[in-house]
Design a protein around this ligand. Sequence first.
Ligand code: UDP
Length: 539
Amino acid sequence: APEPGVAPRIDYPRALQILMEGGTHMVCTGRTHTDRVCRFKWLCYSSEAEEFIFFHGNASVMLPNLGARRFQPALLDLSTVEDHNAQYFNFVELPAAALRSMPKPVFVPDVALIANRFNPDNLMHVFHDDLLPIFYTLRQFPGLAHEARLFFMEGWGEGAHFDLYRLLSPKPPLLRAQLKALGRLLCFSHAFVGLSKVTTWYQYGFVQPQGPKANILVSGHEIRQFARFLTERLNGSHSGPLPAEDYIVVFSRTHNRLILNEAELLLALAQEFQMKTVTVSLEEHTFADVVRLVSSASMLVSMHGAQLVTALFLPRGAAVVELFPYAVNPDHYTPYKTLATLPGMDLQYVAWQNLLPENTVTHPERPWDQGGIEHLDRAEQARIRQSREVPRHLCCRNPEWLFRIYQDTRVDIPSLLQAIRRVVKGRPGPRRQKWGVGLFPGKVREARCQAAVQGASEARLTVSWQMPWNLKFLKVREVRYEVWLQEQGESTYVPHTLALQNHTFTENIKPSTTYLVWVRCIFNKTQPGPFADVLVCTT
Ligand code: UDP
């Protein structure tokens, strides 16, 4: 048996025999290339051709077996950005016999998770596209979380935040460029390829203007479990004590998109909320220190930008204040608003926009990717300078957007405080989690209905039910029941909201008619349960 903590070593002759006779084995989850993750045995990679290889042998399985549809457009997305044509995964097929005339395979003994990072230099992309999806993909399949080695195939160097990727798995990740040194033909005894997109909440605007994903499947609870994991892994690498009192963090950028009156802003916030204020930046603090400070803050204030993804470390009850430069409409750029307002994040979100042209400083002379516009023709430059709002646009090189988002801003203090006070009533800050707030009722039980006819034109329906079974374990502020009456054959229904567990309907109830009756429970107006089995009642 292998020693604990030591990777099992490969029995080389046996591995080679299994590969040469059996070939590659693949079984995937997911119905389309955008939601597929595949599990492989004996997947190989040619570091010369920079291609994966599927060897056909007598034990090969390829599920799904798509035929030519494997190239329409690909087997799967290697990054979590949906259907990005630079992030596809596929393999080349060979008969296992071809191995005889190929370089001797080098076997990778660790179970591998193979994926692409999307933009490892940008903190929002690092968390949203990579860290969270990797964390939960590692927890989707048994054996990965504590064993896997990550292989990043996008071809970038380590990037600015590689230390964070290192925290996710016990073994250091490997980059594509490092594979050449391992061998000309690498074969993975056991590999997973692709990432779960279940935790992503934002689409960056490649096909339609950017915005929240259409079908968000993650809540604040999962985000916070991930944040807790990362915080624990970061612990020990920080310095200095936290402020003893409640405090506000102003997250500043030092190269661009500056807050020009930061000192004035700090003073105003301290006075308004009677709290200490501290500034942090990615340039002047270690990431561990940023996380430690944000984790206990009552409020996080920052210009729009990737550093705001650190809001996911804020305690429940804290406020997030996002500042937008002149002509940038906050409603059009909502990655951090979407994060802060996920159910269960329990953060208070405030957007503030500079509406005063005299308080903005533009940088037309800079390179195009930092918002410069002098490469454009004069008419277009003039149009952009005069525009009062960037029209909706696609990612990623819209010069008007870049010009506006890289402005520096003098923050108008009264309008900012007003914007915060519209949302933040009283004192913001850490709250204890209230269990049961986000829970849903079960079905109502023992639903029955009884019909009665009075004379030729009048009828009534009496419907009764018992409360859902899970209610007796919960403290729910408001319990209501909803009853839908639908005349059989009609497509419309009449909903009724009720507080008691029975009701007699008399209005618009006709004799000699069959009604379908649907009953469900609703907690606190926002938490509807499932309908009980439909009741069929004939008057
Ligand atoms: N960044 C920073 N300080 C700066 C400018 C940028 O720390 O003065 C960081 C920023 O948080 C992000 C990365 O550098 O992680 C790239 O910034 P960019 O402006 O390209 O992206 P954005 O923040 O608009 O998403």
